[in-house]
Design a protein around this ligand. Structure first.
Ligand SMILES: C[S@@+](CC[C@H](N)C(=O)[O-])C[C@H]1O[C@@H](n2cnc3c(N)ncnc32)[C@H](O)[C@@H]1O
Length: 246
């Protein structure tokens, strides 16, 4: 695996429980797009799988399909691999790859890809390589499901609580704020806290870069690789299907 600087080395312990709300809101829209993927033809891919919300959704929607889940962050991959190994059905059908997406060993053909809450990790140049690579692997009727998370252009995002999860006697809180950091670039500043009653037990501050991308840019850059991009589901989901043009 190429050198990988993991933005989730600290926050990875909280991501799976804190991203659950996104999947509760938009999981049905994701599932609708996933059901249309021709999984009899080729394996499915969960790109940047995190703890495996998308992986499980793919496997549930297509109960006999092979699934590849790519996750380069060791801490998130531990969550993912444990989930897969604990379930006999998933264990027999899901392969976990620990490379970053651009150097992962992907199947030659893919029936569909879920790339949820991921695309901002890729620079314009990396996205170009990614679309070119996926365009060459998708079977006819296959698609990539991707979401664009705001802000779609560099802008300041005021600090706001993004998540609150109760587990046992503890409360897990996450805050996010962002600032512009160049052309098509922002820096996210995240705070993760663990509380017990009134007592703050731990606080972790995490900062990482994120590439912004508008719908127009996504449509244009995918078209360069013979791919058509369409809004999927409710506008606020920011979900798009990317499919080979006929
Ligand atoms: C915000 S998390 C989303 C996880 C999961 N897709 C979900 O929605 O629950 C972003 C994920 O992208 C992964 N990621 C970041 N850069 C990546 C890369 N170059 N290749 C593959 N995955 C990457 C991270 O390790 C992390 O698991």
């Amino acid at each position: 695996m190429a050198e990988y600087d993991d933005p989730y080395a600290v926050s990875g312990q909280f991501i799976d429980i804190m991203i659950a709300g996104w999947w509760e809101h938009f999981g049905a829209a994701v599932a609708e797009a996933v059901r249309a993927m021709p999984a009899d033809e080729a394996p499915l891919l969960d790109a940047g799988a995190g703890g495996g919300w998308g992986t499980r959704l793919l496997a549930t929607a297509h109960p006999t399909a092979r699934v590849v889940a790519v996750e380069p962050s060791p801490v998130l991959r531990a969550v993912l691999l444990s989930r897969i190994a604990a379930d006999d059905d998933l264990r027999s059908r899901v392969t976990v790859d620990g490379d970053d997406l651009l150097s992962a060993r992907l199947p030659d053909r893919l029936a569909g890809v879920v790339a949820a809450n991921l695309i901002g990790h890729f620079s314009p140049e990396e996205r170009g390589r990614l679309w070119g690579d996926l365009a060459g692997r998708l079977v006819p009727g296959g698609s990539v499901l991707v979401n664009l998370a705001p802000p779609l252009e560099p802008a300041r995002v005021e600090r706001a609580q993004m998540s609150r999860v109760e587990v046992g006697t503890r409360t897990y809180l996450g805050w996010a704020e962002a600032e512009p950091a160049g052309e098509q670039r922002i820096t996210w500043h995240m705070t993760y806290e663990v509380h017990e009653g009134d007592r703050l037990l731990t606080r972790d501050e995490v900062h990482y870069g994120w590439w912004t991308l508008t719908e127009q840019q996504l449509v244009a850059e995918t078209a360069t690789h013979g791919l058509a991009t369409l809004l999927h589901g409710p506008t606020e989901s920011g979900l798009y299907t990317v499919t080979p043009k006929d």
